[in-house]
Write a protein that binds this ligand. Structure first.
Ligand code: DX5
Ligand code: ZN
Length: 222
């Protein structure tokens, strides 16, 4: 897909009883499928079991971007890479050995990414700038779809963009991305956008993805 931005629909709030057809509704216009894994311990919600996740990973017609919100990231990160995800994101707050886990994700064939909750600061993780393929700056507290976008995270997005410099690292935002907020996040420097309820609550999810992409493409990042 020729575009200056990537749109990753999140299926957290899609209809889980027909998840593969929910993915098919957006596959043609999406870059990756965003798969949120919640264990009920890292954040107060659960999402897909390991069996359900495997079914999604092997059945998805587009590459899978797994976002692990679990307490044992060092074990689960490489496991999701091995299962066939194209990108695996672990949280800095739940990864005991970040360097080793990034290495283990990559050696299992996936892109490796680090996520930061709203209270975590990017400066703490600059040592990993030459190791990661993507940073995910959360724009809500992890756990649920449908929460309000936190504009105060834009300073962190801009800082991260500056730190990335010329490196080919993607910069993802996740939480509350919609027609109303995507341009704000793009202006701050994000290039990869997760959208859950904006997409799946709309009457036409594919059309919504196209709209989000067009809005973001028209913004010149600062
Ligand atoms: C929240 C998840 C998000 C969520 C986004 O913990 O990481 O990916 O599905 O949903 P919206 O776009 O509705 O905020
Ligand atoms: Zn997510």
């Amino acid at each position: 897909m020729k575009s200056s931005v990537r749109i990753h629909p999140s299926i957290l709030n899609a209809d889980h009883s027909k998840i593969l057809s929910e993915i098919d509704r957006v596959a043609k216009v999406s870059d990756f499928l965003h798969l949120d894994i919640l264990d009920g311990k890292f954040a107060p919600n659960t999402s897909f079991s390991w069996a359900e996740a495997q079914n999604i990973i092997s059945g998805s017609s587009i590459p899978v971007d797994a976002h692990l919100m679990v307490i044992d990231s060092d074990v689960q990160g490489p496991r999701y890479a091995e299962a066939g995800c194209t990108s695996v994101t672990v949280h800095v707050e739940s990864t005991a050995d970040i360097r080793k886990t990034i290495k283990n994700i990559k050696s299992n064939g996936a892109r490796a990414s680090l996520a930061l909750k709203p209270a975590s600061q990017i400066e703490t993780y600059i040592d990993h700038l030459d190791e990661v393929d993507m940073f995910l700056i959360m724009t809500v507290e992890p756990g649920f779809g449908g929460q309000s976008f936190m504009p105060e995270m834009m300073e962190k997005v801009s800082k991260t963009r500056d730190l990335i410099g010329e490196r080919p690292i993607w910069l993802q935002v996740d939480g509350g991305i919609s027609k109303e907020t995507i341009e704000i996040a793009r202006a701050a420097g994000a290039d990869t956008f997760v959208a859950g309820s904006a997409v799946y609550k709309s009457d036409n999810p594919a059309a919504m993805i196209n709209t989000l992409r067009t809005l973001a493409e028209h913004v010149q990042p600062n």
